[in-house]
Design a protein around this ligand. Structure first.
Ligand code: AHR
Length: 511
């Protein structure tokens, strides 16, 4: 999608006008895929204040908590319906030794977190704390195993500790207070093994992967879904080598794609940006669609039956850390621009689930494109949180094909993307949800949404928009970006008409 447009070199941004868009929602289409809830997955790493303070404050904290988990964050995450949570990293995972995080907390070793700001890690949040959190949230755990600096035995024993009913590891787990094994489906065998996870070549890693994966056993009726470390962004060779060498030994292959819109030396500010920066961010984000398709094409060549899933297990915006914070803690604010990134991406992901089976935005609290930010005892919900909450209606719903043709955004960087994204699904009760993201900063669009067989008893909608695209929610202030009911639509026959304001996200519910 990258185009060099010299004629636009002097212009900051060119956005083609598209005042009217016709959208056809085929809610009666048969045999459509179910959108895996895991597309709405989250990621929690021992990084900055994600785990400590963000999720875990310990049972003795003055911050209200349930068994050490802060109550406000727990409640917000329950509302979000987190389908899957990846842990303990990220780069941290390949230096994490799980045995440091079990047993009495006061006896656990304290280590330097070498990846993230050299912060002291006291291991007070370990395997039990994570898996119990998942149970409280009704979330599937996704364990990211240490391949970079851990042994095959260590990973094998971790799986046994978590999932075996009997044996030495199960006895140790029971001694530490947990009788029943946990159910673990998702097991990542290494993270970014081409970089922080061991600096390996694809050929070398594919052998290493097979060795670690072999000894990660299924105990009783637990069935692991083994995920090999995949490529970064445009590294198609990694995908090719992994598929060629190891496709029969994996259930999934990962991919990481971050939106890092800045230039030389700076990733750009999360809150202070120009119109050009905004469109550069949006178009870079949307390039993920082409990148995914390119990886899919390679996978198709080796696996036409699509037995191996692709898991985009890290994605989201990555800006400069907030001034005054520790750079290695990756704490950034979150504006309406981030909400737009999330909404545009999720619309695209919903339509790619024949191969894409999971996506984990980075990260859930206080790190990168977070859902939630905390400051001591204070907590706020970000604009991105609101998109994930509004869109959670698509989780496990049946995909509904939706046709529309719209204009383009051409950014200063020469990248191009659609100036509207839409996706639809039908849930178990028959309700149809249509999510629409209009990234244009200056053009509202008049939408005519026609359904195959609309027989609506009720139509309702929610909108997320802000006075300015750089608006964000801050501590000690009334929220500037939060969803509101949207009533400005007209239903006639099989058609709903509405105008979507510039820079807004709408989710329509038709029952
Ligand atoms: O999400 C932050 C870091 O980004 C992760 O630890 C790593 O996997 C990626 O490079």
């Amino acid at each position: 999608m990258k185009r060099i447009l010299t004629i636009f070199a002097a212009t900051a941004v060119t956005v083609s006008a598209m005042a009217q868009v016709k959208i056809s929602v085929h809610e009666t289409a048969k045999d459509q895929p179910i959108i895996p809830a895991e597309i709405y997955g989250q990621f929690s790493e021992h990084l900055g204040r994600c785990i400590y303070e963000g999720i875990w404050v310990g049972p003795d904290s003055s911050i209200p908590n349930i068994n050490g988990y802060r109550t406000d964050v727990l409640e917000a995450l329950k509302t979000l319906k987190v389908p899957v949570l990846r842990w303990p990293g990220g780069c941290f995972a390949d230096e994490y030794h799980w045995m440091d995080g079990i047993g009495p907390r006061e006896n656990r070793p304290k280590l330097v977190n070498n990846n993230w700001g050299s912060t002291l890690e006291d291991n007070s949040f370990g395997t039990h704390e994570f898996l119990n959190l998942c149970e409280l949230l009704g979330t599937q755990p996704y364990i990211s195993g240490n391949v970079g600096s851990g042994t095959v035995e260590e990973l094998a024993k971790w799986v046994e500790y978590m999932t075996a009913e009997e044996g030495t590891m199960a006895e140790l787990r029971k001694k530490n207070g947990r009788q029943e094994p946990w159910k673990i489906k998702y097991l990542g065998v290494g993270n970014e093994s081409w970089g922080c996870g061991g600096d390996m070549t694809a050929d070398y890693y594919s052998d290493v992967y097979k060795r670690y994966a072999l000894y990660a056993r299924n105990y009783s009726d637990n069935r692991l879904f083994k995920i090999a470390c995949g490529a970064s962004d445009y590294d198609y060779n990694w995908t090719k080598v992994m598929m060629k060498n190891a496709k029969d030994k994996m259930n999934g292959l990962s991919l990481h794609y971050y939106t890092v819109p800045g230039w030389e030396g700076s990733k750009g500010s999360a809150t202070q940006f120009t119109t050009e920066d905004y469109y550069n961010t949006i178009t870079k984000t949307m390039e993920v669609e082409e990148v995914l398709k390119n990886h899919f094409a390679i996978m198709d060549a080796y696996d036409p039956e699509k037995k191996v899933a692709l898991l985009l297990d890290e994605w989201g915006t990555w800006f400069d850390a907030e001034p005054g914070t520790i750079p290695g803690h990756l704490y950034q604010q979150n504006t309406m621009r981030d909400a737009m990134v999330a909404a545009m991406c999720l619309n695209v992901f919903n339509g790619m689930t024949d191969r894409l089976k999971m996506a984990n935005i980075a990260q859930v609290v206080n790190v990168l494109q977070a859902m939630i930010l905390t400051k001591g005892e204070k907590m706020l919900l970000t604009p991105t949180y609101h998109v994930f909450r509004m869109y959670n209606v698509h989780q496990n719903a049946q995909f509904v094909p939706t046709d529309y043709s719209t204009g383009e955004i051409v950014s200063q960087s020469g990248r191009i993307c659609k100036d509207l994204t839409v996706s639809s699904s039908k849930d178990n009760s028959g309700a149809v949800h249509v999510s629409i993201a209009n990234p244009s900063l200056d053009k509202s669009k008049s939408l005519e949404i026609s359904f195959d067989a609309l027989n609506a008893k009720s139509v309702s909608a929610e909108i997320l928009k802000a006075a300015a695209i750089s608006d964000y929610n801050d501590f000690d202030q009334a929220p500037k970006v939060s969803p509101a009911a949207f009533k400005d639509f007209r239903t006639s026959g099989k058609t709903i008409k509405l105008t979507i304001p510039a820079a807004s996200v709408i989710v329509l519910e038709v029952k």
